[in-house]
Design a protein around this ligand. Structure first.
Ligand SMILES: Cc1cc2nc3c(=O)[nH]c(=O)nc-3n(C[C@H](O)[C@H](O)[C@H](O)COP(=O)(O)OP(=O)(O)OC[C@H]3O[C@@H](n4cnc5c(N)ncnc54)[C@H](O)[C@@H]3O)c2cc1C
Length: 456
């Protein structure tokens, strides 16, 4: 891979992944000591907490995505390459990617997590996940396409399963998504599809634990469940989804549901890259690090964010896989890498937990900050503010803010477009088809007959 040589006094830090962790680290590393190579399979950073709003047509994908090259326009020590990282060679200190190899002095794994289907292939084939902007867009297209198909089918059972949606996983993502889908059903769909009997549509939220938002206080969880029910969501707790064939959802309590759309927000696992010391890979795919995010006491490889698992008395299973952990670990690692270069002692990581929050539709959210618990409209305002301030770029913040205000006032948004990328080959075939049809038409009209009707 063609990267300029490091300047005198600089060490090369290769970062895999430009999510919250990788992006923050790349921003913080000083040009005095480091050349930074940031690798990501996408050319943009994505703000995952608002993916559900893209999937439910509340926000455009561009409002929550930001190109790396724009972010680092003024940072001369950062080199960006859009690449899929395939393998780490820790002995020779280089990594393999689809665009070539690159050597490193320090390597930082910030490649996050991916959807965990627990090895169930049929489920993986048929369920929808929501870990990236393209996945959220696929979900948006599918939901809208299902409504269109529900309108034209003559089969009542088919219509019912096209309208039904099952969200699996009652954590913040599942709760937020189910709330947004229920609001879409209550507010938008009756206006867009007056001919459809929307009351027949069901939004199910399925959670294996005894309650939704299981990591929050029981009273918060009860309030969230109450508000979801008020919006019309059917909550199923204490039963896990066993199988899904694209039509029938089978639950562990023997219940079955019919739905053409099942969204899997139940579990994630560390994103695997070959070559990592297998002894450090935990069953959930996360990488066991020491308290400096290092993979081994003397290693030149570090892991931060969702992929990393650092345990202590307070977090025996590792820190929660949330953005603040990723950002705080990245900031500290920037400092610690500098300390390494300057032969200073390293500082151990300590998570400063500022609390957790989840929103349930418009106007209602739950915020927990230590003993302080806020629910309702004020919590929703805090949720809005925190998310708005976390989005990269002033333009994006403004776009999201304007969208939210517009939705709030009008109860509507105009983003319900089914836009699918067209394959180059299809265009060629279409051109071939068109010229073939023109030839046929010319031939037929030359003979004085009517041109054939090709499409119904
Ligand atoms: C739908 C959803 C909602 C969420 N809501 C919240 C919330 O409200 N609050 C909160 O705090 N957290 C939330 N989270 C969790 C939060 O987004 C993650 O904790 C955070 O993104 C972790 O940051 P990261 O940098 O470790 O990983 P990520 O942000 O996932 O970034 C990983 C990056 O690595 C890249 N990558 C991965 N593998 C490779 C490879 N082999 N080669 C090249 N590039 C690669 C990916 O493209 C990606 O850009 C949510 C997550 C999801 C999915």
């Amino acid at each position: 891979m063609d990267i300029p040589l490091t300047l005198q006094g600089q060490k090369r830090v290769v970062i895999i992944g430009g999510g919250f962790a990788g992006l923050t680290l790349a921003k913080k590393l000083s040009p005095e000591y480091f050349q930074v190579v940031l690798l990501d399979r996408n050319n943009y950073h994505q703000f995952q907490p608002l993916l559900y709003q893209v999937a439910t047509s509340g926000l455009e994908p561009s409002s929550i995505s930001f190109p790396f090259r724009k972010i680092f326009q003024n940072k001369q020590n950062v080199f960006i390459r859009v690449a899929e990282v395939r393998k780490i060679n820790s002995e020779q200190k280089y990594i393999e990617t689809n665009i070539g190899n690159i050597s490193y002095q320090y390597l930082v794994l910030a490649n996050g997590a991916e959807t965990n289907y627990f090895g169930n292939d049929l489920l993986q084939q048929n369920a929808f996940s929501m870990k990236s902007v393209p996945e959220a867009l696929l979900l948006r297209n599918t939901l809208l396409q299902n409504y269109e198909e529900a309108l034209v089918t003559n089969n009542e059972d088919e219509r019912q399963s096209l309208l039904n949606i099952v969200v699996v996983g009652g954590g913040p993502t599942g709760v937020e998504l189910a709330g947004a889908l229920a609001e879409m059903k209550n507010i938008i769909l009756p206006k867009d599809y007056p001919e459809l009997n929307i009351s027949g549509m069901n939004v199910y939220l399925s959670e294996a634990a005894p309650r939704v938002l299981n990591n929050m206080d029981k009273s918060s969880s009860d309030k969230a469940a109450g508000y979801l029910r008020y919006l019309g969501v059917t909550i199923i707790t204490g039963a896990s989804v066993q199988q899904y064939d694209g039509q029938t959802v089978s639950l562990s309590n023997g219940q079955t549901l019919n739905a053409k759309c099942l969204i899997w927000a139940a579990s994630v696992k560390g994103a695997y890259i070959e070559g990592v010391n297998q002894e450090l890979v935990l069953p959930n795919g996360r990488l066991k690090t020491n308290k400096y995010n290092r993979l081994g006491e003397q290693s030149d490889i570090f892991a931060i964010g969702d992929i990393a698992c650092m345990t202590d008395d307070k977090y025996p299973k590792g820190h929660p896989q949330v953005a603040p952990v990723a950002i705080q670990q990245a900031k500290l690692l920037a400092k610690n890498l500098e300390n390494l270069v300057l032969s200073k002692p390293l500082i151990p990581f300590q998570y400063n937990d500022k609390g957790s929050m989840a929103t349930v539709g418009r106007n209602y959210a739950i915020v927990e900050m230590g003993r302080v618990k806020i629910r309702g409209f004020i919590a929703w305002c805090i949720w809005l503010l925190v998310h708005l301030m976390s989005i990269v770029g002033i333009k994006n913040r403004l776009l999201v803010f304007i969208n939210w205000v517009w939705q709030y006032i009008t109860y509507d948004q105009s983003l319900r477009l089914i836009i699918k990328a067209k394959e180059k080959e299809t265009i060629v075939n279409h051109a071939h088809y068109t010229s073939h049809r023109i030839k046929m038409c010319k031939e037929v009209s030359r003979k004085g007959a009517k041109p054939p009707r090709i499409m119904n």
